[in-house]
Design a protein. Sequence first.
Lengths: 323, 328
Amino acid sequence: MRIMTYAEALREALRNEMKRDPRVFLLGEDIGVFGGTFGVTKGLLEEFGEDRVRDTPISETAITGVAIGAAATGMRPVAELMFMDFVTVAMDQLVNQAAKMRYMFGGKITIPMVLRMPAGAGIQAAAQHSQSLEAWFTHVPGLKVVYPSTPKDALGLLISAIRDDNPVVFVEHKVLYSMKGEVPDTNEPIPLGVADVKREGEDVTIVATGLMVHKALKAAEELAKEGIEAEVIDPRTLFPLDKETIYSSLKKTHRIVIVTEEVKRGSWAGELAAMIAEEMFDYLDAQIVRVCALNTPIPFTTVLENVVIPNEVDIIKAVKSIV
Amino acid sequence: MEISREVLLDMYTRMVKIRKFEERVAELFAQGKVLGFVHLYIGEEAVAVGVCENLKEEDYITSTHRGHGHLIAKGGDLKYMMAELFGKETGYCKGKGGSMHIADATKGILGANGIVGGGFPIAAGAALSAKMRGTDQVAVCFFGDGASNQATFHEALNIASIWKLPVVFVCENNLYGISMRQDRHQAIKDIADRAVGYGIPGVTVDGNDVLAVYEVAKEAINRARNGAGPTLVECKTYRYRGHFEGDPTVYRPKEEVEEWLAKDPILRLTRYILDNDIASEKELKDIEAKIIEEVEEAVKFAEESPYPKEEAAVEDVYTDIVEEVRVR
Ligand SMILES: Cc1ncc(C[n+]2csc(CCOP(=O)(O)OP(=O)(O)O)c2C)c(N)n1
Ligand SMILES: [Mg+2]
């Protein structure tokens, strides 16, 4: 085992794939000389050169579109958006072009590209630098959506995302970049579409993503002191989704709380709740509960940001409301 | 053209105000009192001041992530600005916006912006509105060299040119977008050249010479006000500090920084004022002392102000709907 931060694990995945496959290259704002705003690509310019680690102008449409064009014609680009919020600038290229080209062209083309983007609140970055927009992408057929919560998952999932022949939106949580964790000695891919049970328990299932996985685990420790054993599942990929793991947990616990940092209205959490209501209704002993961000933009000041974003207390409360 | 003593001293005052405010913000950020991302305007004061000196209170500006200078130049109140940076209830945005989103609609300040390139079409829209409402208001869009590579730059200049909108696009070319030196992010030297593509005038000016900026801006703003349409003004300048507070700035050569420090816009105006006997050293010192006092008052106001109440989180999303708050 090695100890790595989430950012280092992502870098290790990039390095691994760039060494292995000359078609893999990186592009994005300040990823070269500066090493990335969150330091993920630090040192890669020196190691792989300007041709494969491309600093771009501030042009998210072009970053995304250039990646698509290169992917369609034999390269395997990994593009970085400095913040997930800036994907708004690139939505045509991602949603109308990358996601649909293969289908529109009758399956005659592949778009093997990854679009990395830091999501999430917690650093007082306010409304245009803190969003969790993953539901926008799970809503779009043609895109895969990955969201690791640990260094180990970040490493394995990014390797798989780069090797995938479809456009993959790779969501990273900015608060997690400095988080350390154990990583296997060899750089092995973790397949997309396989959830991970982060904690076992019989009384309630908690499905959480990104930073919320860690809040759910903390909540589970607190609940255990009161004799409530929560099973915490990180789906790791939001699409394709490992329903099997979630459903078999539900067959054991009969109760579920879904925790994400998204605005609740129109969230991926809502989609999961709907799937469970449709397909697992008979197994449920209580209503499905979602713990999400409030239906507001992310405010700047800490007191307000803290109330908008869910925490351990909210998760504990939600669990207790159905157990 | 002769620039009056009154205008010169007013510009001096505003430039020093920006400098002192920003220097204090840097300290407060280091102390952890100012939160979030902070991009300081130190070194670029002549641009905002030279331009805004020509604007009336009812004229509009759109600002950027590096917005404090624009706000102060357009008449923003230091107390409410500082309180916003502290995240306090009394701040311009009630603590919801922070440095990157300060706005004051009563002074035509349509907001700093966290999205690079976000302001171009908004400025054009404000200009369109002024035109449709039949006022003589003008809109000024401040933006950086890096922002000129966003699609919004091109789309807004084009629409403003065909509709002859009363808008002036003011580029603060400080040679870098974060770590990207201009010669790495675009193949031209003068961003003003891009005006050709839209059939509008493009002017490049020394952005550290407030008198030059003032003259060029005056002409562009008059053109806009008189119905002759938009102008692209490029001001060559330099930021003294890192891109954001905390940026180690490894990407800029020392000699380059020193070269620009020697071209300090406030020093240059000071020298001009003294050399031409427009004011005495003592008069300038008095102005500075007053400003320092005003900045300290703003800090005190910010420190003594309360943080917002949790319920405020769900207000202001809509005019008529208050979202559900969280009960903990
Ligand atoms: C759409 C978008 N892309 C990227 C960023 C990140 N970012 C913030 S400021 C900045 C550099 C801006 O450079 P420039 O326009 O030259 O302004 P300066 O900072 O030099 O004043 C970048 C890339 C952003 N805020 N918005
Ligand atoms: Mg710049």
